[in-house]
Design a protein around this ligand. Sequence first.
Ligand code: EPZ
Length: 427
Amino acid sequence: MKELGKFIIEGGRVLKGSIPVSGAKNAAVALIPAAIMADNDISTLDNLPDINDVKVLIDIVGQLGGKVDIAEEGAIKIDSTKLSSYQALSDSVKKMRASYYLLGAFLGKFKKAEVIYPGGCNIGVRPIDQHIKGFQALGAKVITEHGVIKVSAERLVGAQIYLDVVSVGATINIMLAACRAEGITVIENAAKEPHVVDVANFLNSMGANIKGAGTDVIKIRGVEELRGCTYSAIPDQIEAGTFMIAAAATRGDVTLLNVIPKHLESITAKLVEMGAKIEEGPDTIRVIGPERPNAIDLKTLPYPGFPTDLQQPMTAILSAAKGRSIVTESIYEGRFKHVDELKRMGANIKVEGRMAVIDGILKLSGAKVCASDLRAGAALIIAGLMADGDTEIDEIKHIDRGYERIEEKLNSLGANIKRVHTDDEEK
Ligand code: EPZ
């Protein structure tokens, strides 16, 4: 396999200054499939992050016959007038998790969909049974053949759907299909994440009729037509949280611009418990890091609980906190792969099942480590910033999937992170 670049991080620098937060990855990857549901129309999506997952999805839309123009920085125009394929079978589809949103979008638009089983970060089993249950409740037949999920329906009819687990993906996917079903669909035990609300707002701007997004009961009245519109993605809660943790980890003083502080409440609460000072403005948040963070206990939960996507960065900062922290991962069973890498840097962490017991040491020491997935990569960047000496992070392709030029943003705050390419890689 080709090596895809490394980060070399000089540890010990204090982060200071202000940086803008990009549009939300997990909103963007659902907004693009939603946009292709416009009937013979063009949508403009604004504030999209410049990350590999978005690029891959744009390529897929192109392969399907859609026309995507990069309008200006962060904005794309999606013309789905000529998009007539309901089959997403290319290798790029396999690369990302969010390609499953093409199932809901195609099913709503064409009443049939064929999509390769999705890939994404290796953080646990990640079934999609709740998506399938939702499609079936709307009247679709679902089969999986040779790694392809095939969904088809004569008609889609609104239904009452109770999700057995709170799932962001299933909530959004059912919402997409149900927009074009006959009658009313009710999703109970729905996910409440900010990007669920964002996708519902976008669909409503396209002419859908969705009520209750952001609560655990969402009601969707099917409509005959969806039209194109212009829409701006929300700021990325997880990118913002990552920078908040990085600021706290380096005794920094960092102001994040273009954020929605309400979306960051669970992170703010934990950082305050750790001794950080936080100042909120209408769309900014300032984090002043403590001399050394206090140990805390943390459990990941669906929104508005503490997000699983920030558990790994949080483990990194806690590995040098004062005392013992207990981190419980309740969403994914395999999201502690970063711990072995933190141990290379001297961390004292024991993982038992879904729990990590972290005994804070005085200082991590720089080492050669490897990013196993996107947020493990973010955790290692934070560890590298805190550590004594240099840290080399391999497999940064995972980080590029979900963070927009993270090294440039952190360097503008005073970090020293170099991206090192190797001769044989694709630049
Ligand atoms: C989304 O994944 C995000 N990905 C993930 O972000 C995030 O970790 C996750 O939501 C939770 O917030 C995208 O939005 C593309 P889920 P998703 O369905 O939708 C179980 C990142 O780092 N489940 O909410 O796939 C599942 O196994 C990524 O940016 C079922 O059992 O997550 C998990 O335990 C990683 N059956 C829990 O529910 C299903 O049909 C929540 O998963 C669906 C999910």
